[in-house]
Design a protein. Sequence first.
Lengths: 425, 112
Amino acid sequence: MHFDTGDTAWILVAAALVLLMTPGLAFFYGGMVRGKNVLGMLAQNYVTMGIVSVLWITGVYSLAFSGKGKFIGDFHQFGLNHIWQQATGFESLTIPPLVFCAFQLMFAIITPALITGASADRLKFGSWAVFTGIWLVIVYAPIAHWVFSPSGWLYKLGALDFAGGTVVHANAGAAALALILVIGKRRGWPKERMRPHNLPFVLLGAGLLWFGWFGFNAGSALGANTLSAFAFVNTNTATGAALLGWLITEKFRDGHATTLGAASGAVAGLVAITPACGFVSPMGSIAIGFAAGIICCLATGLKNIFKFDDALDVVGVHLVGGVLGALLIGFFGTKVVNGAGANGFFYNGGWTLLGHEAVAVGATVGYSFVVTYLLALILHKTIGLRVNEDAEYAGLDLSQHAESAYENLTYSSTSSLTGLTGVQK
Amino acid sequence: MKLITAIIKPFKLDDVKSALEAYGITGMTVSEASGFGRQRGHTEVYRGAEYTVDLVPKVRLEVLVDSKEADAVIDTIVKAASTGSIGDGKVWSTPVDSIVRVRTGERGVDAI
């Protein structure tokens, strides 16, 4: 095996960048919840880092990337046995297999972490930990295998997903929807409006996500080369366009462009360009980002129509954004950027690629939703996923962790003291 | 003896404090408060969800005075706190039975 030091150095750094996304996500979400639940949110994300870090090395990496199975990997690299061998189908990589394993670990950490935004303010800490560990094995590992591993059936089909629009975002979004349908709404929602307690945290978290996402997307080239540069530039361009798209939509709909909208738009753009960043041109990335900014902004209203309490809009941003990005490869994909990719409809490729993307989206979303729903239902009926009423009113910080984030919570934690009442437009 | 309580706009606190010091008041207590009068609240929007915030932040200022000075002190506060627009606040006085200075044990007007 030939290893390139430049490629190896870049992917090690990229892995560290992707790790930073999860604390970034924790702050992005943590700022949006009420002040009595911010530690609960941070803790759910941090424990996910702990659980996945251990499970991935122990066996989940092998299940996701080892072997020739179409639907799931094998036990060949359990406990990082045979880790000097490249993952199946990645034999031509110029980075050590262990570097690839570490890089993929960071994706496996942030995917379940994304779900915490939907179920915010009402999960038992221990139950979340159990849920995450099982979900990683029965939902994340198979889907990662289908799409990322060259042995996987969606990879073989020709479905393109450069960095995880389906595996990470559509998957987490579908799982989030399933989980909240099982556990139900926050007490008081939607009558009692739950205002973000710290928007500067949200913006700080979004900035960390944007920064870390360069590792996520440009690192997915698995080398330091022109393709990684395209992924890098496309990521930044689409994110900028999505931020603008969200702000313009808000300005026309609500009368104001908001800071929360700027952060949300940026994340929507990052999500949508994730599957496409190594397959489209920078001009294409503007279209994808701008569309994501507008459509995800409008999609956050779905929960009010269908009455599901997706607290921090994981469905509106990650499910919708991930699906949108994957489908738009079917239009904007071009082999000029990536010879291993395919031409979409706008590049005389016809509808074939869009069809493949639709199959990947349907399979990922369908499998993730059904299996997550069953898992959540079983856990809900046995160990219980939700905190009791007293704990929910007291807040997760106090009830789950015996801590509080702030000395004086009157303005941030309760709506009654600020006279806050909500009216949905 | 009287307790003068004033609810004023937060940004007028410095003006009121200066005016009271100029008048000769030697102490006061200030706290953050929220509430509503005729001014009502304002509207905020988060991801398209509109929130009405009913209670407006105000400052509550409390001063103990000799009864014969109460009217003059109230006038001083009103003059300094006024902007002429809605939400300027209110000032009222309440009779006080006894006052003790903790350090010396002085009572009544001497303790003010």
